[in-house]
Design a protein around this ligand. Structure first.
Ligand SMILES: [Zn+2]
Ligand SMILES: [Zn+2]
Length: 155
């Protein structure tokens, strides 16, 4: 995403474009990956020899659920983007790609879950508890909690 400074008029410059997902360099094992182009809707201005860029970024994501390990699709939408850079000396153009890349990665969810109610995997046997149950005994602290709920801890 390159801003040609000569194109910025008195009213600024509206710039729209797509950056390929590959600029994010997501690995196949990353918990959050960009699944398609990053849509950039930007407005550029030069004020007092400073380049100011404001706008939004959106991209489709593919995520791996931290609880059940399934892959699911999501989106990062209308991520607020801001950039400012002093232009001294004045370059012909400014490449925003690296800065957009960083903003996008910062906007990734840090703890993706496929749905709020996801029950995850059994920590002992790995059964997907969304799809079935297993016969594992819950860990000790949970067992006491269950006894309390049954009222067996009293009297
Ligand atoms: Zn899940
Ligand atoms: Zn189990």
């Amino acid at each position: 995403m390159i801003v040609e400074l000569a194109d910025i008029g008195l009213d600024g410059l509206d710039l729209e474009g797509d950056l390929p997902a590959t600029v994010l360099e997501c690995g196949a094992d990353d918990p959050v990956r960009c699944a398609g182009p990053i849509r950039c809707v930007l407005h550029c201005q030069v004020v007092d020899r400073e380049l100011l860029v404001d706008g939004t970024l959106s991209a489709p994501l593919e995520m791996r659920c931290r609880r059940c390990d399934c892959l699911f699709a999501g989106r990062a939408d209308h991520i607020v983007y801001h950039y400012d850079q002093e232009l001294d000396p004045m370059p012909e153009s400014v490449d925003l790609t690296e800065d957009i890349r960083e903003s996008m990665i910062l906007a990734f969810p840090s703890y993706p879950v496929c749905r709020e109610s996801c029950r995850g995997l059994c920590a002992q046997c790995g059964t997907n508890l969304n799809e079935g149950t297993c016969n594992c005994k819950p860990p000790a602290d949970m067992r006491w909690g269950a006894l309390d709920r049954l009222g067996l801890g009293k009297e």
